[in-house]
Write a protein that binds this ligand. Structure first.
Ligand code: FDA
Length: 579
């Protein structure tokens, strides 16, 4: 007899997207089940760069410190080094991931969190353990096969890979977080733009003590310009630090039209030897796998009661380190909306804002990551190393930069410039933090959009405009110092105001929906001793910001309003729809 299992939300996949969806839903008290195909979580490092926005999400979900405890800290990610091999010549460095002094200041001003390097095989257990502890029911070795939906829910058929039998799970909503080959997205017919299989890449995970070549120039990524390094792949050979300085992952390209090479241990060892450049160092290859560079994004993230998140809807190379970050942020955007629709607070049309808000972000990061690969070519060009040539010729070209004379000076300048330009991949603070949402879950305040004063990919620009993430400022409550971001989220709406904003507070308290109120000013529950909040809030003391459960500003009113009650109720009606 086959029993139908029931839940509110069925999540397919336990990667960053599925695990964080489960964690957020369980934190909000929404019953959910995760099914995942394999017997365990990610067994290789995969995604690793964890940006400030993701750390803010993890902070809100209560697992920031678990991640910090295991991650490689920001200061050890400080460089991106270009070289001919780890033991070979160094060609230059870019200060990276918030470690340039000016960018570091910008990071400190932008967020209460720090970027870090958290390999995926360590991240997934943190997310999944917390989700399960809060109520998620997780089924390993359970494969999603198909689904059908009707007006009231989704019925998914899954196979228990241990027993070999199939059964049905009935859910009100289905989240497809099943990665770059998503069957859920395909079955839901989500329209995709772009193309898969643009280039071929190989990951080789290995152990080797490379301290002598790395510890003095701590980097997450060491790029190797060597013969063959421009074939396929992600722009050049890459030696990525997994654990300083003994666990590593190499990314090396192959010609996608010729197909992936036979990934024997000997083949992997040969690549490792070439990129490390010192045969005396003992190397243990742990695994190798082939993958392709993709440039694909979904135009729509949902179909009826089926929602997709993560690589299921944006498929791109690891450049800029956006994969797991964007996946976690997708899930965080979706989870609170599902909660409010499931408990009857919001009309299901709130869920339409998921595509409206996240699809443009997905498309942007797919484009950014692929563009970053192309922007590595000028580094080779500066060394006249792009066109087919013998290894001897390439080494001679690289050596030519040490010559005297005008040509060599020009070459040095071109190389410096090409390497410095890679800040768009390795120090793009704006890409991480400047997301602006426009949807029916955001109420514009009618003010003209001032745009970005500086390059929006490189520089973060805080704003309290509806659709922007609430700006971070350090404020105090008694002896406690906390971020403005610590006062919001936690699964509920928050209204922020200041002295003279009593009407807003009364209006918030009068709503049926729970709205936390935060009053900032001298003698209030929260104070702004540095004046940072006053400088960043873009409203007068008696104005108000309504912040959504995901920390984004939904509504803003610049000053006191005698009709605050009506304004707030109207804004909530627009965001949540008719109940
Ligand atoms: P993810 O792929 O992590 O998870 C998909 C989940 O769905 C898995 O749990 C899988 O078992 C499950 N699943 C799939 N089909 C299923 C089915 N039919 N039924 C049940 N479960 C199913 N990024 C980066 O920044 N740097 C890197 O070096 C790498 N390297 C890398 C290597 C390899 C081998 C891969 C596959 C990926 C990377 N990535 C990467 C990309 C990065 O891992 C990716 O962006 C994120 O993991 C995306 O997270 P998701 O949760 O969306 O998918």
């Amino acid at each position: 007899v086959s029993t139908v299992v029931e839940t509110d939300v069925l999540i397919v996949g336990s990667g960053p997207a599925g695990a964080s969806a489960a964690l957020a839903l369980s934190t909000y008290g929404v019953p959910n089940i995760v099914v995942t195909r394999y017997a365990g979580l990610a067994d290789t490092p995969r995604a690793h760069i964890t940006n400030q926005r993701t750390m803010e999400v993890l902070r809100d979900l209560g697992v920031e410190q678990d991640v910090v405890a295991q991650a490689t800290p920001q200061h050890l990610m400080g460089n991106t080094t270009f070289c001919t091999s780890l033991a070979g010549e160094e060609l230059g460095r870019v200060r990276s991931w918030g470690n340039d002094p000016l960018v570091q200041a910008a990071h400190e001003l932008a967020s209460p969190t720090r970027m870090c390097d958290m390999p995926q095989h360590l991240m997934e257990p943190v997310l999944v353990n917390a989700a399960v502890a809060r109520g998620t029911r997780l089924r390993f070795e359970t494969e999603y096969l198909s689904h059908s939906q009707d007006a009231d829910g989704v019925t998914a058929t899954v196979r228990d890979r241990l027993r070999g039998d199939t059964y049905e799970i009935r859910a009100k909503y289905l989240i497809g977080a099943d990665g770059g080959r998503s069957k859920v997205a395909a079955d839901a017919g989500l329209p995709m733009g772009g193309q898969m299989g643009v280039a071929g890449s190989i990951n080789i995970v290995f152990e080797a003590d490379l301290t002598r070549y790395t510890a003095h120039r701590p980097s997450t990524l060491y790029w190797v310009l060597a013969p063959g390094a421009t074939v396929g792949g992600i722009g050049a050979g890459l030696v990525r630090c997994v654990r300083p300085w003994t666990e590593w992952l190499i990314v090396w390209g192959y010609d996608v039209t010729a197909g992936a090479p036979d990934l024997t241990t000997e083949y992997a060892e040969e690549i490792v030897r070439g990129l490390v450049g010192d045969d005396r160092i003992p190397v243990t290859v742990k695994s190798s796998s082939a993958w392709t560079v993709n440039e694909m994004y979904a135009e729509r993230y949902s179909n009826g009661r089926v929602f997709c998140a993560g690589d299921a809807v944006h498929r791109h190379p690891p450049s800029n380190g956006l994969g797991s970050n964007t996946s976690i942020q997708d899930a965080y955007n979706l989870a609170w909306k599902l909660k409010l629709v499931l408990d009857g607070t919001a009309h299901p049309r709130l869920l339409d804002s998921y595509t409206a808000e996240r699809a443009p972000v997905g498309r942007q990061i797919v484009t950014r990551a692929n563009q970053s690969i192309r922007e590595t070519a000028p580094v080779f060009e500066a060394l006249d190393g792009l066109s087919p040539q013998t290894p001897e010729q390439l080494w001679a070209n690289i050596a030519a930069r040490k010559d005297t004379g005008e040509a060599a000076e020009k070459q040095r300048a071109a190389l410096r410039e090409a390497i410095a330009f890679k800040v768009y991949e390795f120090n793009a603070h704006g890409v991480d933090l400047n997301q602006r949402y426009a949807s029916d879950a955001i109420v514009p305040d009618g003010t003209p959009d001032p745009g970005f004063a500086r390059d929006p990919e490189l520089h973060h620009q805080p704003s309290s405009r509806p659709g922007a993430r609430l700006p971070h400022a350090w404020i105090t409550s008694g002896t406690r110092t906390l971020s403005t971001l610590d006062t919001v989220a936690q699964g509920r709406f928050t209204l922020l105001t200041g002295i003279g904003g009593e009407a807003w507070v009364r209006a918030a308290e009068a709503q049926e929906l729970e709205i936390a109120t935060v009053v900032i000013g001298p003698g209030q529950e929260y104070e702004d001793p540095y004046g940072d909040w006053a400088r960043l809030s873009e409203i007068s003391d008696a104005g108000a910001l309504l912040v959504r459960p995901d920390g984004f500003v939904a509504f803003r009113h610049a000053s006191a309003a005698p009709d605050a009650g009506e304004l707030l109720a109207d804004a909530l009606r627009r965001i949540l729809g008719p109940a």
